[in-house]
Design a protein around this ligand. Structure first.
Ligand code: ADP
Ligand code: MG
Length: 316
């Protein structure tokens, strides 16, 4: 199959009913009509085999996850997904693989109304780069930098499932069959919290998605906001699938594991009830895990890991 045929077969998706796309896949570049009353939000992420997903990950999951992690960045900004481009590098043009890969990606794209408008296809080690573009009302995008003294620190969903899933795939952790399947599913098919991001617009003082682990990512948020925080380990939302895991390891997954793609955000206390109510309409749990304390210089956690990889109190 020639490169041209491959593109036509797998990357030329249904014409967008969205009138913002004037020229899509097939020309030298895409042409978009950007709504004048919006700000354009852009993010790019690469997934490399063996680093961002295990070598034996099914292609359907790779396609899904590549888009999901990028959508998660738009969710974290409170943006509405609009368009994306796809740069795909692969060792051979395996049409079964590409078919499954694009099927996974397309399912999620259709679900969120985001349109593939172009890309590049090259030969090389398996690597997938997506650039997503979204729209938000001017000045309304959620940033990492607005957390205020006294704000509650909240997370969506549960933490540590994906890290446990990775440990299962790598034979470092044994779980009951159902729990193992749940965690691997969370690793391979993360959920971008776009609806919640929308709810948080105009409410959260700071927001980001958790991709590198709660401690690392909260550290970025605190730094951007110029504040400190207290975190309570007993409040961390952990799914029933992890109840059989020893506390130290469970907290390691929840605090230091990556790939959760839940939202981490700060809220004035008075807004918690309304955010919880709106989130529950989408069947998303919101858990308070700590509070912003501008008197702290960094992040204080009330738990000491036995391996001392992170100190008892301070992370910077
Ligand atoms: P050029 O040589 O001008 O860069 P290409 O042959 O790379 O053109 O691509 C032809 C068309 O196919 C372009 O519109 C490009 O955006 C699109 N395209 C190529 N690869 C992909 C891909 N993986 N996903 C989506 N569109 C793609
Ligand atoms: Mg090209």
């Amino acid at each position: 199959m020639s490169e041209f045929d491959l593109i036509r077969e797998y990357f030329l998706w249904d014409a967008s009913p969205d009138t913002t796309v004037r020229i899509s896949v097939g020309d030298d570049a895409a042409v978009l009509r950007i709504p004048l009353d919006k700000e354009l939000i852009i993010s790019v992420d690469t997934l490399n085999e063996g680093i961002h997903f295990p070598v034996k990950t099914p292609p359907h999951a790779i396609g899904y996850k590549a888009l999901a992690v990028n959508l998660s960045d738009l969710a974290a900004m409170g943006a509405q997904p609009a368009w994306f481009t796809l740069a795909l590098s692969m060792p051979v043009a395996d049409t079964v693989w590409v078919g499954e890969f694009t099927r996974g990606m397309r399912e999620l794209a259709q679900q969120h109304g985001i349109f593939l408008i172009g890309g590049d296809t090259t030969r090389g080690a398996l690597s997938i780069t997506l650039q997503v573009m979204g729209l938000a009302a001017p000045g309304k995008a959620l940033l990492r930098s607005g957390a205020q003294h006294g704000d509650l620190i909240c997370v969506s969903g549960t933490l540590g499932d994906a890290a446990a899933g990775l440990a299962v795939v790598q034979n470092r952790l044994a779980l009951a069959a159902e729990a193992a399947e749940y965690c691997v599913q969370r690793l391979n098919y993360p959920t971008a919290r776009l609806g919640l991001g929308n709810v948080l617009q105009g409410r959260a003082t700071a927001c980001m998605d958790i991709s590198d682990g709660l401690l690392a990512d909260l550290g970025h948020l605190l730094k951007a906001s110029g504040v400190g925080a207290r975190l309570h380990h007993a409040l961390l939302p952990v799914s029933p699938a992890l109840t059989s895991v020893a506390l130290d390891q469970r907290l390691d997954f929840a605090l230091r594991g990556g790939d959760d793609y839940e939202l981490l955000f700060t809220l004035p206390k008075t807004l918690l009830a309304v955010v919880r109510q709106e989130a529950s309409k989408q069947k998303i749990g919101v858990t308070v895990i700590g509070e912003i304390d501008a008197q702290q210089v960094d992040l204080q956690l009330d738990y000491a890991f036995s391996d001392k990889r992170c100190g008892y109190e301070h992370f910077s």
